[in-house]
Each structure stands twice: as C-alpha cells, then as structure tokens.
Design a protein around this ligand. Structure first.
Ligand code: DGL
Length: 270
C-alpha cells in the first residue's frame, strides 16, 4: 500500500526563536524557502534584552525554555534566530536535545573576511555576542588576515524594537551607536559591517542613511533560511501551508498592542 501524500497541515512546523522581534528578519526569508511548512515564532520577551545577561544564567534560561517548547510544539526543526543566544547556548542545546535539529545564527565573520577589499571589517552586535568565546574563535579561524573590530551596542536592540513598532528613534542616537564601526587607517576604510544581531536588519536603511561612508551591511538571514531548507525534508506532494495558521508565543504571555499588530503584519496569530 502506498502512503497518502502529506498535506501541508500534517507536516511538523518550524520553530523560530529570538529574545524579541529580531527573529522576524529570519522568519520572512525562511517562509519564502519553506512554503509548505507552518511556523511558530517564539519571543523570549520576558528575558529581553539578552545582550546584558550573565552567561551561565542565560544558558540555563534558554535550556529550560527549550525543554518546554519542544515538548509543547514538537517542531521539525528549530531556528535559533539570535546571535546572542546561539553563540552562548547552541552547543548546549544540541547536546541536551540530540534528536532535534538546530539551525543557528552566528556573526557572518567568514563571508565578511572573504569579501572585504580594505581588510577592515566591523561586527555590530550585542555586548553579549562580542564577549563570546565563539565569536573570538570565528575571528581566529577565518579572519586572521583582516582587522576585525567588535562593536557591542548596549542600546541598538531596544532601539530596533521601538523603530519597528513605529516609535520615534532619533537619527543622532542611532548614528552614535554605529559610529565605532567606521575606521580609517592609512588610507583604508572599513568596507563591511556585519549585522550580528537579528534585530539590526530592521534598521539597515537608517544605517545606510547615517553611515559616514557607504559600506556593505551583511545580513545573514537568507543564508540561515537556506541552511534550514537543506535540513528540512521536502515532500513533493506537500501543498503550500496556509499562513493564517502560523502563530507567535511570547514568554511574558502579554505582548503589547503594537507588538501584536506587528505580528499580525507578519501573518502570525498572537
Ligand atoms: N536578536 C538578538 C541577537 O541576534 C539579540 C537582541 C537582544 O536580546 O539583546 O543577538
């Protein structure tokens, strides 16, 4: 007897995780490549921002959260759409849940090192991500021939949340946060800035406008989505998943009105 073709609603969903709304920049790419899958978006807004957390406490928080999320939602695969979380707890998640596949987000230092012409690359991230051993290892493995400046912004993740909700964010305050990324040295200038926090691509247009000179702003979202696609079996018979069944989960249990509206704009029920 041959098996009946899987309908889209019978396929397991993909879980996308971030501390806040930054993972939406990855979700939108993943949806394009995995139209047959449902998506569950999880924001640990009760723990936001992750950037300033002490490492052991954050690691424990993430592992405890995932024990619950995996048993509640039984996803096909999890995309950790957060550099701050994955550079800290990616290996721990894989060790703790060996039957689950995790696609991670790490600073795009390798592609930046391959593409830079000036040899001056900056990594714009949270303070947590710039402190990580993982980030230092990426530099020593892939970028020893470049000068990599790590810029850990205290405020940009919060600013990005405000900006995407339509709250006012002043040009001066954003310009101040990105200024340390721009280096001039013996006639050379920074030519690539890695967006190493998934919140930041929401502000890329503003960054372009406020930058002292043009640079490439590297957003890894599409590469993450491609990796998720590679690891997710594609059933030829599966139909397009109806987007209105996707939903968002907030660990606070209580997202505000503008956040709910934003989620609706991304086709996520709250
Ligand atoms: N979006 C997260 C990241 O990619 C971090 C934002 C935060 O919680 O500080 O690192």
């Amino acid at each position: 007897m041959t098996e009946a073709p899987a309908t889209a609603s019978e396929l397991k969903p993909v879980l996308v995780f971030d501390s806040g709304i930054g993972g939406l920049t990855v979700l939108r790419e993943a949806r394009v490549l995995m139209p047959e899958r449902g998506f569950i978006y999880v924001a640990d807004d009760a723990g936001f921002p992750y950037g300033g957390w002490e490492e052991q406490a954050l690691r424990e928080r993430i592992l405890t959260l995932f024990a619950d999320l995996l048993s509640r939602f039984d996803p096909e695969l999890c995309i950790i759409a957060c550099n701050t979380a994955f550079t800290l707890a990616g290996n721990d998640l894989r060790a703790a849940f060996p039957h689950m596949r995790f696609v991670g987000t790490v600073p795009a230092i390798k592609p930046a090192a391959e593409r830079t012409r000036s040899g001056l690359v900056s990594v714009l991230a949270t303070p947590g991500t710039v402190k990580r051993a993982y980030t230092r290892e990426l530099i020593s493995s892939f970028a020893t021939r470049c000068h990599v400046r790590l810029v850990g912004s205290q405020n940009l993740a919060r600013m990005a949340e405000a900006y995407i909700r339509g709250e006012p964010v002043s040009d001066e305050s954003v310009a101040e946060e990105i200024a340390p990324c721009f280096i001039e040295d013996e006639g050379r200038r920074t030519d690539i800035v890695v967006l190493a926090c998934t919140h930041y691509p929401f502000m890329a247009n503003l960054f372009r406008k406020l930058a002292p000179w043009p640079v490439d702003w590297l957003d890894p979202a599409e590469a993450i989505a491609r990796q998720a696609r590679r690891l997710t079996p594609l059933s030829r018979d599966a139909l397009q998943h109806p987007e209105d069944q996707d939903f968002a989960v907030f660990t606070s249990g209580n997202p505000d009105f503008s956040t709910r509206r934003l989620m609706q704009g991304f086709g996520l029920r709250t």
